[in-house]
Each structure stands twice: as C-alpha cells, then as structure tokens.
Design a protein around this ligand. Structure first.
Ligand SMILES: Nc1nc2c(ncn2[C@@H]2O[C@H](COP(=O)(O)OP(=O)(O)OP(=O)(O)O)[C@@H](O)[C@H]2O)c(=O)[nH]1
Ligand SMILES: [Mg+2]
Length: 238
C-alpha cells in the first residue's frame, strides 16, 4: 500500500471514528467505503463516455434543500426546449413533484426516488441511460437530492457540475461547505432578489467561492425574476 493511501485511510479513520463501531472492523469499513467510491468513479467515467458518444451535453445540479435547483432548471428548459431535445433526471427521497414541475416546461423528466440515500450515484444514472435511446437527446440535466454534503461523495459522469446555494441560507453557507465548490465548475448564488431584504452579504459568498476554488465560475441569479438565467446559459455554453 502506498504512503499516500495509508495517509488517506488514517485521515478518514480519524474523521469518521465516531461513526464506526469498533477498532477491529474500522479498517474494513474504511476500505469498503473507498472501494465504493472507486467503483462509482469508474461507472461515472463510463456514463460520460456513453453520453459523449451520443453527443449529449450533460450538467448536474447539486445544492441545499430548497435553494432553487428545480426552479432554475424550469427557467433554463423554458428557454432551451426549442433548441435542444432535453432529458432531465431528478433525484429526491420520495415524490415525483420536481419531475412533474419540469415536465410542465416541455422537457422529458424522470424522477428517481432514493429512499434513505441522501444523494444520487453513478449507478442510478447508468441504469437510466442504458434503458434510453440516447440518440433522442442533445442535453441532459440531473438535479440531485437537496443536500450540500452527500453529493460530494459521488460524481455522476456529467461534463459540468453546478452547486447552487441561495441568499436565504446565510452568507456562511459556502465557507461551511467547501467540498462541493471544490469539485464544481459553476457556483450559483440564487434568490438574489431576496438578498437586500435579508441583509445577506453576497460579496462574502462570491469571495468564498473563489477562495475555495479559484477556477470556479460564480454567478448570482434569481429563478423568480429570471435575473442572469441567460448568463448562466452562456456560462454553460448552451
Ligand atoms: N424569491 C425567490 N424564490 C425562489 C427562487 N428560486 C426558487 N425560489 C422558491 O424557493 C422554493 C424552493 O425552490 P425549489 O426550486 O423547489 O428548490 P430545490 O432546490 O429544487 O428544492 P429541493 O429539490 O426540495 O431540494 C420555491 O418556493 C421556489 O419558488 C428565487 O430565485 N427567488
Ligand atoms: Mg428540487
């Protein structure tokens, strides 16, 4: 085992020691978790290759509960549904609410109910794309389960990941959840229409995102008023 891997395992053991049962099984649990992550990465790469083979551009949207992920997708598909054949996959613990909202904007949508799982994984997406005729689509959006932590464990195989937070979550939300910003290409600070009334320090949020990931594109939007939705579409090169 390489020194780097040993260090990784030690770090995970320290971080997770409270959650893990007893010393004798701790190594096994850590190894299993790492294996699950590796397998997920492999499948995510396969998903991406398959989507690319069919010339499908793909974007997944992660973010806190209620930050406006579905509302943003509704606005985006409203604008793009004439130009692209769009498939939207929505992840939620239960219900078909988000898929139904999106379907009303002329985009085919599929709901995955994850039950007790707090994020989608590459296998969920793999199961859908292997059962679809991918020649029927140009663009895929995936809305993950509302959560700022779990989706960082699993990539899905999309070209671009967007992390969405909103002004209602307070100006510390980005600083407190760095993982998803590190692995995303775009950060959206939504509900900008409410920032003034709430007194949220949006400048701090913009600065935090850039400090965590200097390469990330950061944009403020309002899915309610439509502000900067066109700019977001430009950033996504759609
Ligand atoms: N004022 C304002 N409200 C918004 C905005 N975007 C979304 N909302 C509202 O915020 C609530 C949650 O929006 P959703 O789009 O359901 O959020 P979500 O991130 O998809 O939520 P989950 O899928 O449950 O995690 C709804 O009542 C939206 O109408 C915005 O930019 N401004
Ligand atoms: Mg939603």
């Amino acid at each position: 085992m390489s020194e780097k891997r040993k260090k990784d395992i030690q770090r995970i053991k320290e971080l997770e020691s409270i959650n893990l049962a007893t010393d004798d099984i701790r190594d096994d649990v850590v190894q299993t978790k790492m294996k699950v992550k590796e397998d997920n990465e492999l499948l995510a790469r396969q998903n991406n290759e398959e989507l690319k083979e069919h010339k499908i551009k793909s974007v997944d949207i992660v973010g806190a509960i209620g930050a406006g992920k579905t509302a943003l997708i509704e606005k985006i598909v409203e604008i793009l549904s004439e130009k692209y054949r769009i498939l939207v996959i929505c992840g939620d613990i239960t219900t078909r609410l988000d898929a139904d909202r999106i379907q009303a904007h002329n985009a085919e949508s599929i709901q995955i109910n994850t039950g007790r799982e707090c994020a989608l994984n590459a296998y969920h997406i793999h199961k859908i794309i292997e059962n679809k005729d991918l020649d029927d689509y140009d663009l895929l959006f995936i809305e993950n389960v509302g959560n700022l932590i779990c989706p960082s464990e699993f990539t899905l195989g999309t070209d671009t990941r967007i992390t969405v937070v909103s002004t209602t979550e307070g100006e510390w939300v980005i600083e407190k959840h760095p993982m998803l910003f590190k692995m995303s290409q775009v950060a959206v600070i939504n509900k900008i229409d409410l920032a003034e009334r709430l007194g949220t320090n949006v400048q701090k949020m913009l600065k935090d995102a850039k400090e965590i990931n200097p390469d990330i594109e950061v944009i403020t939007t309002s899915a309610k008023t439509g502000k900067n939705i066109d700019k977001l579409i430009d950033i996504l090169e759609l």
